[in-house]
Write a protein that binds this ligand. Structure first.
Ligand SMILES: [Zn+2]
Length: 273
């Protein structure tokens, strides 16, 4: 017997093109291109409009290492398969860039959709409220899993603790949401103060110009109703295979390839949240 057994084993593994421990470690940390929900069938159908609709065969979002459904939203964690996968992908992409990051998921829709007070929308499985990634008072990233109302300096208090907006992780979230290959986001409602911080972060990071353009247009403070200082409200367009049962209202953006023809000019304003 000659040679170091560990070295021998490594050479042996190499000769079979087996991944080394370092490779395995790297693979374990890669963002998942396949989520558990990806291998489930997706028969979900969003019926009608977000503020007057239903959800058929909705998919349920489950907690995992990169996302948690917050307390109070446990009975409203259903949505279309497309929206669930969009959220899971975003959570895992952020956690890949910022290890240990956990997304805070709030209300989606009730299991069958339909009216869901106090929301106006959230009826057809295409809306989700998402908490901000937050920093503590020493600017250390935390996973608080609460919605914290932030002031114009993007700071807020909850249960005696001070929190600040984490521009890096929140911009990473927006980048992922706006770059999905098949699911397009129509709205990200949030206050203008938060929008400004996100765009500043994007510019600082030299974000892709196409993504930055999308972010400028998709992120808006609602004209009516709450300005959204404690969370993002994200809405996706109808999936192609849910039309014509599923209905969208304008705006329709140029990068959103629709199966049906969009009206030429958008006249409606985003107002429901
Ligand atoms: Zn909402």
């Amino acid at each position: 017997m000659t040679g170091n057994p560990v070295l021998r084993e490594a050479q042996h593994a190499e000769s079979h093109a087996e991944p080394s421990d370092a490779d395995l470690e790297k693979i374990a940390r890669m963002p998942r291109s396949i989520s558990p929900s990806d291998i489930e069938p997706n028969p979900s159908v969003s019926v009608g409009y977000p503020n007057r609709g239903l959800l058929r065969f909705g998919m349920r979002i489950n907690d995992d290492r990169a996302l948690k459904v917050k307390v109070g939203s446990q009975d409203s964690r259903h949505a279309t398969g497309e929206l669930i996968r969009l959220i899971e992908r975003a959570a895992h992409e952020v956690a890949f860039r910022y290890p240990r990051a956990e997304l805070t998921v709030g209300d989606l829709s009730r299991p069958g959709g339909g009216r869901f007070r106090p929301h106006v929308s959230h009826q057809s499985g295409r809306d989700v409220d998402i908490g901000f990634y937050l920093l503590d008072r020493r600017s250390t990233p935390v996973n608080a899993h609460v919605f914290v109302r932030l002031n114009n300096q993007a700071m807020g208090k909850q249960w005696g603790s001070l929190y600040k907006f984490d521009a890096s992780r929140n911009w990473a979230l927006i980048e992922s949401l706006l770059s999905h290959p098949t699911t397009d986001v129509q709205h990200i409602f949030v206050s203008n103060a938060i929008k400004r911080r996100l765009l500043n972060q994007a510019i600082k990071e030299r974000a892709n110009p196409e993504l930055l353009m999308r972010a400028r247009r998709v992120i808006t403070q609602p004209r009516h109703g709450a300005p959204h200082r404690s969370h993002f409200h994200v809405r996706v367009y109808c999936a192609d295979d849910d039309r014509p049962m599923c209905k969208d209202r304008p705006p329709f953006y140029s990068w959103h390839q629709r199966a049906t023809q969009a009206p030429a000019v958008s006249t409606l304003k985003p107002n429901d949240s």
